[in-house]
Write a protein that binds this ligand. Structure first.
Ligand code: MSP
Length: 651
C-alpha cells in the first residue's frame, strides 16, 4: 500500500461489519467486493484511501450459538472470524483495516462514547417495558406477540419491566431532517431516503433503548456493570473507533473522518441513516457524506445447500470460475441498488458471452494476429484511415464515462461502458478484416495500423477493468508488453501510447468457454454431495459438560405408543398426543407440528421422559416430553424399532 502523503485527497469507505454467525455466502461478498472496487479505483486515481471492514461479534444471538456449541462466545467467534478473513484474502479484498468489536481498543472507545453521552444527558436511565418469554429469554413488544403468546415457542409471556438506558433519539429528529434536506445525496439511492423520511422520521423518532441486562455477551457499561451496551451502538461506533477516535492516537480519525461512503445492504440503511447520524450529532462530530443502500442478491431456491444446481459458496465459485469472473458477475449482473437473482446459469452465460467471447476473444485474436503477421512487433510504418475514427472516439470517451459512473457507485453501467468499447473494437476487426489485408504485401502499413489500434484499445480496456478484476489486467500487460508508464489510470485517457516493444505472447485464453449443460449437471452433482455432507456436519453442537451415571438415572425414559394425536388449535407448532406407557396414558404437547402430520404418528412407538414435571403449553397440560433429534431445519422423532411393549424402560 502506498505511503502517506498528507497532500493527497483522502477517501474513506466502509462495509458493514459482519456477524460471525455462520458461513458467508456469495451474497455477503457483494458489499465487500463493491467496496473493494471503489477502494482500488480511488487508489488508482491517486487518492489516499482508507478501506475498513470487520466483524460485529457481540449480542445475544452469538451468546446463544456459543452456548449450544458448548464453547465460550469468544472461542466461537475466533474460529469464524478466521474464516471470514481467509475469504476476503481469497477474494483479494484490499481493506486497510479489519476491526473486530471484541478488540480491546474498540471496547474501550465504545465505553467512553457511552459515558460521554451519559454525562452530557443524551443517555439516561429509564425502564424498558415488554413481554418476556422466560424459556426463550426474549423480550417482545405487544405487536410482535402471536395470539398473546411468544411468537417463537407459543408459550405464555409475562409483562416485565427491565431497567435500561435510553438514547435521546427524539431530540435529534429535526436536525436529522434538516441534514437530509441540505444534503440530498446523503442517502442513496434516493428511494431509500424517502422511505426513511416517510416511514421512520415523520411518524416521530422515539428514544432508543441502548442497554440490556438479560444477557452478558456485550460491552459492559462502565458505571453500571450489569448492563451491556446495545449491539448497534457498539457496532456503528466501529467506523470511528477503527480510526482511533477517543484513543491515544487519533491521527487516522483526524485524517479520514467523515467517511466518504458507508456501503450497506438495504435492510440496515435505517440504522446508518437514523441512529448513526444522531449519535454523531450528539458526539459533536461531522456526519458521513453518504450512505449507499444496495439491494439484495437473491440466492435462487433460498438456502444454499438445498437449492438445486445453485452453488453459492464463494470459495467454490472462485475455485471453479476464477476470481475475476465472479467479481465481474457480482457487479455487472444487477444495477447496484436493486435486488437481483444470483443463479449459476446466469453466471455461466455471462462468463461465456462477456468474458470468453467479447473480451477473451478480442485479446487472443489480436495477440495471434500480431504474432502471425508481424512476428510479435508492430512496425513503425503505419497507415491510418477515416474508418479508425469511430473506434478511437468510442474508446477514448470511455474513461471519463466510467469515472462518472463509478463516482455514483453505478458499477453495472460502468462495466457496460467498458464493454461498449470492447464490442466496438471487436466490430472493428470485422470492418477492417486484417486477414484479407494480410494477403497483399502493399497493405502492410495499413495492417500495422489496424493491429496497433486493436492493441491500443486493449491497453485502455485493461486499465479500466483494474478495479473490478485483480488478475486479468496483469495477464494482458504481460502478453502485450504493456509497461508501467503506459498503464497508469491517467494514461487510459490518451490515445496512441501503445509501444510495440516486446513480442506479443499468445498465452492461455483469459476466460475459457464453459459448456453450460455439462456444467449445470456437474453443479447439481456437487450440490447433492455437499448437501449430504453438510447434513452430516451442519451445526453440530459441542458436547456438554460430563454428568454422572446417577444424574442420568434420575430420568425415567419409557417406550410410549401414540394412541391419538391432533393439532393444538391456534398453534402452528404444537401437536397434542395421547400416549400409552403401559401402566397409564399420558397427554403430551410437543412442538413438532411443522414436521409431522397427526395421522402419521398414530401407532408409532416413541421415547418419552415420564417423570418430567408437567407444564402448560398454550393452556394445555403436557405430562412429559417426547424425544426428537433436531438441527436448524430438521426434526426427527426418536422411535423404537422392534417388538417391545409400551412402558418398557429405556436405560
Ligand atoms: N452486523 C450487521 C452490520 C453492522 S454495521 C455497523 C450486519 N451484518 S451481516 O453479516 O448480516 O450483513 C453484512 C452485509 O452483508 C450487509 O450489508 C448485508 O446487506 C449484506 N448481505 C447479506 N446477505 C446478502 C445478500 N444475499 N445480498 C446482498 N447483500 C447481503 O448486518
Amino acid at each position: 500500500m502506498e505511503g502517506k502523503n498528507l497532500n493527497r485527497k483522502t477517501y474513506y469507505i466502509t462495509t458493514p461489519i459482519y456477524y460471525p454467525s455462520g458461513k458467508l455466502h456469495i451474497g455477503h461478498s457483494y458489499t465487500t467486493v463493491a467496496a473493494d472496487v471503489m477502494a482500488r479505483y480511488k487508489r488508482l486515481q491517486g487518492y489516499d484511501v482508507m478501506f475498513l471492514t470487520g466483524t460485529d461479534e457481540h449480542g445475544q444471538k452469538i451468546e446463544r450459538i456459543a452456548k449450544e456449541k458448548g464453547v465460550s462466545p469468544k472461542e466461537y467467534v475466533d474460529g469464524i472470524v478466521d474464516g471470514i478473513k481467509k475469504l476476503w484474502k481469497l477474494m483479494k479484498i484490499t481493506n486497510d483495516k479489519f476491526i473486530r468489536t471484541t478488540d480491546d481498543y474498540h471496547v474501550k472507545a465504545v465505553q467512553k462514547i457511552f459515558k460521554k453521552l451519559y454525562d452530557q444527558g443524551d443517555i439516561y436511565k429509564g425502564e424498558y417495558e415488554g413481554w418476556y418469554c422466560t424459556p426463550c429469554e426474549s423480550f417482545w413488544t405487544e405487536t410482535q406477540l402471536k395470539d398473546g403468546k411468544c411468537p417463537d415457542c407459543g408459550r405464555d409471556v409475562e409483562l416485565t419491566r427491565e431497567e435500561a438506558y435510553f438514547f435521546r433519539l427524539s431530540k435529534y429528529q429535526d436536525r436529522l431532517l434538516k441534514y437530509y434536506e441540505e444534503n440530498p445525496d446523503f442517502i442513496q439511492p434516493a428511494s431509500r431516503r424517502n422511505e426513511m423520511i416517510n416511514n421512520f422520521i415523520k411518524p416521530g423518532l422515539e428514544d432508543l433503548c441502548v442497554s440490556r441486562t438479560s444477557f452478558k455477551w456485550g460491552i459492559p457499561v462502565t458505571f453500571d456493570e450489569k448492563h451491556v451496551i446495545y449491539v448497534w451502538i457498539d457496532a456503528l461506533s466501529n467506523y470511528i473507533t477503527a480510526l482511533g477516535y477517543l484513543s491515544d492516537n487519533d491521527e487516522d480519525f483526524r485524517r479520514y473522518w467523515p467517511a466518504d461512503v458507508h456501503l450497506v445492504g438495504k435492510e440496515i440503511v435505517r440504522f446508518h441513516t437514523i441512529i448513526w447520524p444522531c449519535m454523531l450529532m450528539a458526539l459533536g462530530l461531522p456526519l458521513p457524506k453518504q450512505v449507499f443502500g444496495h439491494g439484495w442478491l437473491i440466492l435462487e431456491g433460498g438456502k444454499m445447500s438445498k437449492s438445486k444446481g445453485n452453488v453459492v459458496d464463494p470459495a467454490v465459485l472462485v475455485e471453479k470460475y476464477g476470481l475475476d469472473a465472479i467479481r465481474y458477475f457480482l457487479l455487472r449482473e444487477v444495477p447496484f441498488g436493486s435486488d437481483g437473482v444470483f443463479s449459476n446459469e446466469a453466471l455461466i452465460n455471462r462468463i461465456n458471452s462477456d468474458l470468453a467471447n467479447d473480451l477473451g476473444n478480442l485479446v487472443s485474436r489480436t495477440a495471434a494476429m500480431i504474432k502471425k503477421y508481424f512476428d510479435g512487433i508492430i512496425p513503425e510504418e503505419r497507415q491510418s484511415d477515416d474508418i479508425d475514427n469511430d473506434l478511437i472516439q468510442t474508446v477514448i470517451n470511455t474513461p471519463a464515462a466510467v469515472e462518472k459512473l463509478l463516482d455514483q457507485l453505478q458499477f453495472s453501467t460502468a462495466l457496460q461502458e467498458i464493454w461498449k468499447a470492447v464490442s466496438r473494437t471487436n466490430k472493428y476487426i470485422d470492418e477492417t478484416t486484417p486477414w484479407i489485408l494480410a494477403r497483399d504485401e502493399k497493405n502492410r502499413p495499413r495492417l500495422a495500423q489496424v493491429l496497433f489500434n486493436l492493441a491500443e484499445s486493449i491497453r485502455i480496456v485493461s486499465i479500466l477493468i483494474q478495479p473490478f478484476m485483480p488478475d486479468t489486467p496483469q495477464k494482458i500487460w504481460e502478453q502485450f508488453g504493456i509497461t508501467e508508464e503506459i498503464r497508469t489510470w491517467e494514461s487510459a485517457k490518451t490515445w496512441g501510447l501503445y509501444k510495440s516493444a516486446g513480442a506479443v505472447e499468445e498465452g492461455e485464453p483469459l476466460f475459457p468457454r464453459i459448456d453450460l449443460e455439462k456444467e449445470m449437471a456437474e453443479l447439481e452433482r456437487m450440490n447433492n454431495n455437499t448437501a449430504k455432507s453438510a447434513e452430516n456436519l451442519k451445526d453440530i453442537p459441542g458436547i456438554l459438560p460430563q454428568v454422572l451415571i446417577d444424574d442420568f438415572a434420575k430420568l425415567d425414559l419409557r417406550v410410549a405408543k401414540v394412541i391419538s394425536c391432533e393439532k393444538v388449535k391456534k398453534s402452528e407448532k404444537l401437536l397434542k398426543l395421547e400416549l400409552d406407557i403401559g401402566i397409564e396414558t399420558r397427554q403430551v404437547v410437543s412442538g413438532i407440528a411443522k414436521y409431522y402430520k397427526p395421522e402419521d404418528l398414530i401407532g408409532k412407538k416413541v421415547v418419552m421422559i415420564a417423570n418430567l414435571k408437567p407444564a402448560k403449553l398454550m393452556g394445555i397440560e403436557s405430562q412429559g416430553m417426547i424425544l426428537a433429534a433436531s438441527n436448524e431445519d430438521k426434526l426427527v422423532l426418536v422411535t423404537v424399532d422392534g417388538d417391545i411393549p409400551a412402558g418398557s424402560k429405556i436405560s
